[in-house]
Design a binder for this molecule. Structure first.
Ligand code: ATR
Length: 270
């Protein structure tokens, strides 16, 4: 099977390491997973060339997830809701299927700490990362999902879009007007990428709360520090989300579900 990850930059991606380790779990012969640095204005061409040369699918990372969404012939429901694609598969009839496994990866990682059923979930940010997360989160039947964003209107609009699609209450509020106590607080803003802080009341972190930072490898971000001060029971970065989105992608390509745990160990030692 011939797969690759497309991105720009792409050299930093851990997906080849993760996917190759998954393939080794099953002793899959001829499993190839490469990196393709697509030009910023040349993603679709790079993808078409890869497929013409026998590529059967792959992953997509920044900044091409929205372009990949537009390039697909078919979409899974979660990719359609996310309006972004991180996983591609050339199907038996030659059509290109787009999936988005990021939100499922987030849910699988959160499930290591708690069940989400009946819980109150706060998602900070209303960009692409949040858009990909809401449908999979709602599928766990939480009591409520609140989206809080610096630009309040984006949170309100996104909440309205998802309210119409799911049977869980979804509300949008301004970042500086959050009220209530939550069981799970997810930082899906891009603030931590630049080490930027934003105001967040300590009272949002309930007893036993999971504070989840979607980015990984950024150490003690302002959000993580805030969660620590507030006494959040679990503080988790997005490494597990990365591993579990890869589990979901591998399963889509091969029909086999790999073990995540050995890959955690591999990444910690990498
Ligand atoms: P992504 O695809 O990573 O979600 P995005 O679509 O550009 O990226 O969205 C970034 C999100 O982070 C937005 O919700 C943005 O808030 P605005 O909509 O108000 O721009 C949020 N964000 C970025 N920097 C932030 C900061 N310093 N404080 C609070 N929110 C921030």
């Amino acid at each position: 099977m011939r797969l690759a990850i497309f991105g720009n930059p792409v050299a930093q991606s851990k997906s080849p390491l993760i996917q190759t380790a998954f393939a080794a779990q099953f002793g899959l012969p001829d499993f190839e997973y490469g990196r393709i640095l697509a030009p910023l204005d040349g993603f679709t061409e790079a993808l078409q060339r890869f497929i013409a040369e026998g590529g059967q699918g792959g992953n997509v990372t920044a900044p091409f997830k929205e372009e990949a969404f537009r390039a697909c012939d078919r979409l899974t429901a979660r990719a359609a809701a996310a309006q972004a694609v991180n996983t591609l598969k050339v199907e038996a009839d030659g059509q290109l299927l787009g999936d988005n496994t990021d939100g499922a990866g987030l849910v699988a990682d959160l499930n290591r700490f708690c069940s989400l059923a009946g819980k109150r979930i706060l998602v900070l940010g209303a960009g692409g990362a949040t858009r990909g997360a809401i449908l999979p989160l709602a599928g766990e039947q939480p009591a409520e999902i609140v989206i809080a964003n610096r630009t309040a209107l984006k949170a309100v609009d996104l909440a309205a879009v998802f309210s119409a699609q799911v049977d869980v209450p979804v509300r949008g509020v301004a970042l500086d007007q959050i009220s209530g106590v939550f069981d799970v607080v997810i930082d899906a803003t891009s603030a931590s990428l630049g080490g930027e802080a934003f105001p967040l009341p300590a009272s949002v972190f309930g007893a036993g709360c999971v504070a989840y930072e979607m980015v990984y490898g950024k150490g003690e971000t302002p959000f993580m520090a805030r969660a620590q001060e507030a006494g959040a029971a679990h503080r988790v970065d997005g490494l597990g989300m990365l591993v579990y989105q890869a589990v979901e992608a591998f399963e889509l390509w091969t029909g086999l579900r790999p073990e995540a745990e050995p890959v955690f160990a591999l990444l910690r030692n990498a």
